[in-house]
Write a protein that binds this ligand. Sequence first.
Ligand code: AMP
Length: 178
Amino acid sequence: MSEPKVTPADLKRAIRTIADFPQPGIQFKDITPVLADARLFSGCVDLLTANYQPGSVDAVVGIDARGFIFAAAVALRLRAGFVPVRKKGKLPYQSYEQSYDLEYGSNTIAIHVDAFKSGSRVLLVDDLLATGGTAAAAAALVQRAGAKILEVTFFIELSFLKGREKLNGYPVRSLIEF
Ligand code: AMP
């Protein structure tokens, strides 16, 4: 008999919330129990790719660092390429950079200038949508590099932070909300 399908509720139950990590006031969503369970991890990738057929996406962009885990798996499933958006100073070739504000200070992320063929159809993937600053900056980089974003896809969304509002203009989808 085949195993029952993984549901978003199964995934939600497996996520562990760690209070005050990495700093006081943050409820950190720990996804490692999902990754460590072969059935849950594979089911999570099934759900992330559910709206797309292999061949309908040219590249999947993952955001440094936990986004890489999901984006690479999604890329393999959809037979698409994988493109990393990395923290500034990590990419070896000529890159576009984009800065965005954090609660305290700012952050800069980057993408290779030749990451895409012109007009590539792209999924942008990250583990978690919080304020939306990271994903909005990554989306700006993808556009600057000449690709078209089909959807911005998250495993987890912290809806109370209203990060979606920073991504208006793009279809946004998340598997589970807190
Ligand atoms: P933001 O730019 O505020 O949407 O933050 C999103 C990025 O920060 C994602 O790449 C997440 O990995 C990470 N992040 C923010 N808040 C949390 C949280 N509560 N638990 C786990 N990761 C988080």
